[in-house]
Ligand binder design. Structure first.
Ligand code: UTP
Length: 472
């Protein structure tokens, strides 16, 4: 076994992976052998040359214009009419079971610094429910409301899959039928140091990390999820991130617009809070839709303004998509998918030649990830649909500050308070306008304004100043 591996690795200059071979027992040797065999070295060596040993080309060339989007509150009678039709179409799709929810939960959540899969983090402000429970309640409610169980696909990584699945089992799948859930695991990529060498994380294992949320597409195919969707007559995938509990899990108007326009991949957009908010920018590059990462967006374009003072490039991406199953099928038909790779410089712990674990203080290696939004330019038709940030986007990246646990909880409270007010409930507010109480609505009873209105007619609700209210 050793000789065969050595010949192969010598050819690629990666024989450091075998440096502890003589110290390994049989099962360790098998683990290392199978990890080495999983790597497509021809492909990785090309990537090392283009993305590690030199900086990949990130500057965007050509004419860049803001991408058009469909407004949340359209002005023209035709667009108003289209909105009404879209909502009805989305409801039809949900009633007929043509939609599946897909949560990407394979990330490492390093910024949050929580020890466990991010989906198991307790996020809600009153009952401290986890992200997963909160989504599960919405999914159950959608099934009840539209008379057809909503299938739920959850993408994990190899590192967090056992813990994630175990968590669902311990919690009896939060009352969902086990058969309506499908866990699948994304691919991995090795970490590579600045000399172009693949790193070991232990004497017998390669330093691997998830291959980015763009890995979703190929993982859907390779795991059999795509085939299962076809068997279940699922046509549309409602895609969202595990750390955004505010998202509407399957939004009828968005689904309907995508369907009526025969789109292949669609996206929600938000007006950015400022030129440099850390969101991807919806742009037309040489006439083609693209999302340009905030870090790659030319500064003068990010800052450019219209005559009324508003940002020219206003549309930011909250990573909420509808993706047609048939689009994923065609993109992955060959068993390969060529989304571009993005380089991230990181501190990656590794085993030094003397066998010690080194935890570097500076970036020492490159991780390569692909991004789901890079599939948008490959779609023949797309819809970009505006969303109200307060109703759709509360990303939880950090413990405190911007895009944090704190800001997410505040947004959940604010959204639920507004929802109750629209249903006629009086909510105590502070001088600055924020709710002067904690409010949490269980998605198992209310997921939209219509549910809230119906609920409040039957159940008197009176939030009290300074107190916590849980509506269930
Ligand atoms: P982020 O880009 O915020 O990454 O992922 P992260 O891993 O959660 O957090 P940091 O950057 O380490 O702090 C956005 C969404 O994409 C998923 C995440 O789980 C999250 O829902 N994701 C990210 C994957 O599913 N797989 C990946 O390889 C990367």
């Amino acid at each position: 076994m050793f000789n065969k591996l050595k010949v192969k690795l010598d050819r690629y200059g990666q024989s450091q992976l075998l440096q502890f071979w003589n110290e390994l027992n049989e099962s360790e040797k098998n683990i290392l052998e199978s990890q080495i065999n999983e790597i497509d070295f021809d492909y990785i060596q090309d990537l090392i040359a283009s993305h590690v040993l030199k900086m990949p080309e990130t500057s965007v060339r050509g004419e860049i214009k803001p991408a058009p989007y469909f407004p949340l509150n359209p002005a023209s009678p035709e667009d108003k009419e289209l909105c009404i039709k879209a909502e009805a179409e989305g409801i039809r799709l949900l009633k007929e079971g043509k939609v599946a929810a897909l949560t990407v939960a394979g990330g490492q959540g390093t910024r949050l610094g929580y020890d466990g899969p991010k989906g198991t983090y307790r996020i809600t402000p009153v009952k401290e429910k986890t992200f997963f429970q909160y989504f599960a309640e919405s999914i159950k409610k959608i099934g009840e409301k539209y008379g057809h169980d909503l299938k739920w696909y959850i993408m994990t990584s190899r590192m967090n899959n056992p813990q994630t699945v175990g968590f669902f089992r311990e919690n009896k799948f939060f009352g969902l039928k086990e058969s309506s859930l499908f866990f699948f695991t994304q691919g991995t990529m090795p970490a590579i140091n600045y000399e172009g060498k693949i790193l070991l994380s232990s004497k017998y294992s390669i330093a691997l990390s998830p291959d980015g949320h763009g890995g979703t597409l190929l993982a859907l195919k390779n795991s059999g999820a795509l085939a299962k969707m076809k068997d279940d007559s699922v046509e549309l995938i409602s895609y969202f991130q595990v750390d955004n509990p505010l998202v509407s899990v399957a939004n009828p108007a968005f689904l309907g617009l995508h369907s009526l326009r025969n789109a292949e991949m669609s996206a929600r957009m938000l007006p950015k809070t400022g030129p440099f908010e850390k969101l991807g920018n919806f742009c037309m590059v040489n006439g083609r839709l693209e999302i340009i990462e905030y870090s790659d967006m030319p500064e003068e374009l990010a800052e450019s303004r219209k005559t009324d003072g508003s940002l020219k490039f206003l549309a930011g991406s909250p990573a909420i998509h509808i993706i047609s199953r048939s689009f994923v099928e065609s993109l992955t038909a060959s068993g390969k998918l060529s989304l571009p790779w993005h380089r991230a410089d990181k501190k990656v712990p590794f085993i030094s030649p003397d066998g010690q674990v080194v935890s570097p203080e500076k970036n020492n290696a490159v991780k390569l990830e692909s991004f789901i939004f890079d599939a948008l330019p490959m779609a023949s038709r797309t819809v970009i649909y505006e969303a109200r940030r307060e109703e759709e986007f509360a990303p939880t990246k950090n413990p405190t500050g911007i895009d944090s646990v704190e800001s997410c909880r505040a947004m959940l409270i604010a959204r639920d308070a507004e929802r109750l007010e629209r249903a006629g409930v009086k909510v105590p507010r502070k001088a600055n306008g924020s709710p002067d109480c904690l409010i949490e609505i269980s998605p198992s009873v209310i997921i939209d304004d219509a549910d809230a209105a119906e609920y409040c007619l039957k159940n008197p609700i009176a939030p009290e100043k300074g107190k916590a209210l849980y509506v269930s």
